[in-house]
Each structure stands twice: as structure tokens, then as C-alpha cells.
Design a protein around this ligand. Structure first.
Ligand SMILES: NC(=O)c1ccc[n+]([C@@H]2O[C@H](COP(=O)([O-])OP(=O)(O)OC[C@H]3O[C@@H](n4cnc5c(N)ncnc54)[C@H](O)[C@@H]3O)[C@@H](O)[C@H]2O)c1
Length: 455
């Protein structure tokens, strides 16, 4: 029987034996220990103790089909590729507030107090280190737990010293860093971001185009620690960081966790396009009452988020190829800070579509989501997959890990390449990357071979 549904992978050259094993602990470093970070860390501990389940996490719940549909081979992803065990994760982080993870989780108010109380001593044992912070980049926040230094290079050195200290004290053998800090003010790529050399000069000269998140990323990559960017900040999406990532063979990915409204958008829009239904407008609005909402109340931080959220439709719908269907879309995104809702964001989408002969229709979506409940499993998957990338000879030399686009609103790509926003393409890309890593055939879904019976 010919095999049309899968494609040959013999040229991949990457085999299991080139993935280093998961021996020892994995140290997780988190700049920004607010709602997302505490929900992630508390959740990992709750799952470890058998108090809850890791729903929403592909690495923990997902399976992957191998070979033909008739082969019946669909192992769990965590059994197919060697991923760190949850019991081997150890944590540290930085925040401008000195609250330990118990106090921070209570303050965030995402998880039930009864659950948080059951793991209280564990959470109290994790205290944030002093942050690198500058209010010029997050205007709505101020806190006391902040480093001082003679310039930005000095601050980078202090972060590198923190990383080295954690490397020793944690006893971990491998490390990853995930930015869960606030959304910074909007920055455009500038001359100082062009290369590692210009960036290091900029650190010495306190260049204003270098935001705190970039100083963390620079420190991490300099210490060989892979970096994921959960916020829409520019951070590692600049040539200097691409260069440092490739030079040190340290993976990077970002940006902006794809959770509530944008997740739904990248599920619905590909469906409309697949059926060639037209779109005249998409109006999205949200109310959000957590600290993230307060930060986004500043127009300069909101601009960073808005750019990240607006990009998805254009890339999915390709108006240049389908001007009659998608050439005149009115796309609007609003976030309103509304304290009573806390982390329980509510999003409304009004989607104006048109079909056969131009007849208009409307779709209304009202998503009552929980922001950090959607974000925490993304953090877990990124931690485990970035560690996998770091242990895989064929992936770590690439720098940008585009196969992790699945998790981001504004996926990073090689320069000049447009990002894939369609969740289903992203999912296929991720799973095919895993198959490729293990020398399994890639799945194309052609599947003609099942019908050769009728010849
Ligand atoms: N929850 C979601 O669904 C979601 C989705 C996409 C992106 N994000 C992004 O993830 C990030 C975290 O979200 P959150 O809800 O946990 O927000 P949060 O406000 O609860 O937590 C962010 C924390 O970062 C800290 N911080 C800010 N600047 C810092 C710095 N320079 N160094 C160290 N700490 C710093 C703040 O003090 C705060 O405690 C935000 O940027 C948010 O936009 C969240």
C-alpha cells in the first residue's frame, strides 16, 4: 500500500539519540510573579500533590497520532518525547513587590483560598528577588523591591548574578525563563537593537530603547537560559537577541500568551475563511479587573497590547489575496479596566459576516473566561517544550522556536517571514515538529492510500 497521508522524514537527520535526557531538576525563572505566575506555580504543586488536574496543558493531557490512521498508535505527548517531570520543577523569580507566592496568590485572587491554603508552606518558601524595573516602561505600577545600579549593564550583571546563584542553590541542572511581567510601553525596533554589540553599548549608555524586559532576556541568554516572552513587549523580538540566542544556542520564543479573546479569534477566523465567508467587521471588547488590567489602562501599555491583538485577523484572512471578502474589515479591540471582575475577564465579540450573494449575518460571542486559568497551562507547556528544545541539537541552534507559535498572539518568526496565526496550522506545526524530532513520518492528511482497495 502506498503511503500518501504521511511524508518521509528520513532526511530530517534528527533522531531521539540527539535529544539529551531529562536528568536532574529543571529550574524555572519567572520575572513578574503576579496572577499568571502564582496560578502556574500553585497549579503545578496542586497537580503534584494530586489535588487537581492539569487541564488545558497539551504536554500533560495531549496525545499525538503516529503513522497511519489504521496503525492505532497515539501515545501521550509526554511519553513520546522526553519532557521534564512536574516533580522535577523548582522555581524562582523577580517582582517589584516583595510578597511571597502565598501572599501574591491570595492577592491575585484567582484560585480558591482553600486550595492555596493547602499548599501554603510551599508557596511561602518562594520569594521574589529584587526586580529590574523602571516606571517609564510601566507607568501604572510602583513597588519597593527594586534593584539599583550605575547603569543598565550593571543591572544586567546583577540579574546574571541572581541566575548564577539560583543555578547553585536550586541544585537544578537545566533552566528556562518565562516573562510573566507586566506589559511595557510600546517600543519600536531601534538602532540599539540591531546587534549584540550595539545592544551592549546601549546597556552601558542607558539607552532609553532598552526596556527592563530586555535586560532580563539579555541576562538569561548570556547565561545560556532559554527565554519565552508571555507579554507583547518587544523584548527578544529584535536582531540583537536573535543573534545572542543563536550564538549561545539558547532558544527563544514569544510573544504574548494566546489566551481568551484572541484564542477564540484564531479558532473562528480560519473557519470563516475556509468556507469563503466574507467579513466586514469584528468588534472585540473586554472588561478586566486585575493588576494586568490596571497596567493596560495606561494608553502606552495598551498600545503594545493592541498591536499584538490586531495583527491576527489580517494574517489569517489575507485580504490582499481575497480583497472582495476581506479587503474592508473594520477591526476594533478595546480593554476596559473594571476592578469588580478581578481576573475573571469578560469578552464580547460582534462579528459581521456575509455569505452567498452578499447577504449579511452576525455572530455574537460572549466569553466569560478566567485569564490566568487559561495562561497557566501555557506557561507549563512553554517551560517543558523550551527545555526540550534546549536538549535537542537540531532545535537549539535555530534560535527562534516558531513551532511554539501555538501559544502566542504575535508569534516570532525568522526575519521576513509572515507568522502563522491559524491555531490549527500552529497545532499541526507543533506536532509535526515533535514527530520530526523523533524521526517519525510527518502527517499530511492526504490519506489516498486507504482507498486503493477500490482500484
Ligand atoms: N493572563 C492572561 O491571559 C495573559 C494573556 C496574555 C498575556 N498576558 C501577559 O502576561 C503578563 C502577566 O499577566 P498577569 O495577569 O500575571 O499580570 P500581573 O499584573 O498580575 O503580574 C505581573 C507582575 O509583573 C510585575 N512586574 C512588572 N514589571 C516587572 C519587572 N520589570 N520585573 C519584575 N516584575 C515586574 C508586577 O509587579 C506584577 O506583579 C502581562 O504582561 C500580561 O499582559 C497575560
Amino acid at each position: 500500500m502506498r503511503d500518501h497521508e504521511t511524508s518521509d522524514n528520513t532526511e530530517s537527520g534528527i533522531r531521539t539519540d540527539q535529544i539529551e535526557p531529562t536528568e536532574g531538576k529543571l529550574g524555572v525563572m519567572i520575572p513578574g510573579m503576579g496572577a499568571v505566575a502564582t496560578t502556574f506555580i500553585s497549579g503545578v504543586e496542586a497537580v503534584r500533590r494530586g489535588l487537581a488536574k492539569s487541564f488545558g496543558s497539551l504536554t500533560q493531557m495531549g496525545t499525538i497520532r503516529l503513522g497511519k490512521r489504521t496503525d492505532g498508535r497515539s501515545p501521550k505527548i509526554k511519553e513520546f518525547v522526553p519532557l521534564a517531570d512536574l516533580n522535577d520543577l523548582v522555581f524562582t523569580g523577580w517582582d517589584i513587590f516583595p510578597d511571597d507566592m502565598y501572599a501574591a496568590a491570595c492577592n491575585a485572587g484567582v484560585l480558591d483560598r482553600a486550595l492555596v491554603d493547602r499548599i501554603r508552606p510551599f508557596l511561602e518558601s518562594i520569594k521574589p528577588r529584587k526586580a529590574v524595573f523602571d516606571q517609564n516602561y510601566v507607568r501604572k505600577l510602583a513597588g519597593p523591591n527594586v534593584k539599583t545600579g550605575k547603569n543598565k549593564m550593571d543591572l544586567a550583571k546583577q540579574l546574571r548574578a541572581d541566575i548564577c546563584e539560583f543555578k547553585k542553590s536550586s541544585g537544578a541542572s537545566r533552566f528556562v525563563m518565562v516573562w510573566c511581567g507586566s506589559t511595557e510601553t510600546f517600543l519600536r525596533p531601534a538602532a540599539v537593537h540591531e546587534s549584540v554589540k550595539t545592544f551592549e553599548k546601549g546597556l552601558e549608555e542607558n539607552d532609553e530603547n532598552i526596556a527592563p524586559s530586555m535586560i532580563y532576556a539579555y541576562a538569561a541568554l548570556s547565561e545560556g537560559v532559554p527565554f519565552a516572552n508571555g507579554a507583547p513587549n518587544l523584548t527578544v523580538d529584535i536582531p540583537a537577541m536573535h543573534e545572542l540566542s543563536r550564538r549561545n544556542e539558547t532558544p527563544i520564543c514569544g510573544k504574548d500568551f494566546k489566551t481568551g479573546q484572541t484564542l477564540v479569534k484564531t479558532i473562528l477566523a480560519p473557519g470563516l475563511k475556509a468556507r469563503m465567508l466574507g467579513l466586514s467587521g469584528w468588534y472585540s471588547t473586554n472588561i478586566l479587573g486585575n493588576r494586568d488590567g490596571a497596567v493596560l489602562d495606561d494608553p502606552a501599555s495598551f498600545k503594545t497590547k493592541e498591536e499584538s491583538k490586531l495583527g491576527v485577523l489580517e494574517h489569517i484572512l489575507q485580504p490582499q489575496m481575497y480583497p472582495e471578502l476581506y479587503g474592508k474589515i473594520s477591526h476594533k479591540v478595546c480593554i476596559n479596566y473594571y476592578p469588580p471582575r478581578g481576573d475573571n475577564k469578560e469578552g464580547w465579540d460582534n462579528i459581521d459576516v456575509f455569505g452567498w450573494l452578499g447577504y449579511p449575518m452576525q455572530i455574537k460571542v460572549n466569553f466569560l473566561c478566567r485569564d490566568s486559568i487559561l495562561a497557566a497551562p501555557i506557561v507549563l507547556d512553554l517551560v517543558l517544550f523550551l527545555d526540550l528544545a534546549q536538549r535537542s541539537a537540531g532545535l537549539r541552534c535555530l534560535g527562534i522556536q516558531e513551532w511554539l507559535s501555538f501559544y502566542f498572539k504575535s508569534p516570532m518568526t525568522a526575519p521576513g517571514l509572515y507568522p502563522e496565526h491559524d491555531l490549527f496550522i500552529q497545532s499541526m506545526k507543533l506536532k509535526n515538529t515533535l514527530r520530526h524530532l523523533r524521526g517519525e513520518t510527518l502527517i499530511t492528511h492526504l490519506g489516498l492510500e486507504y482507498y486503493e482497495y477500490y482500484d
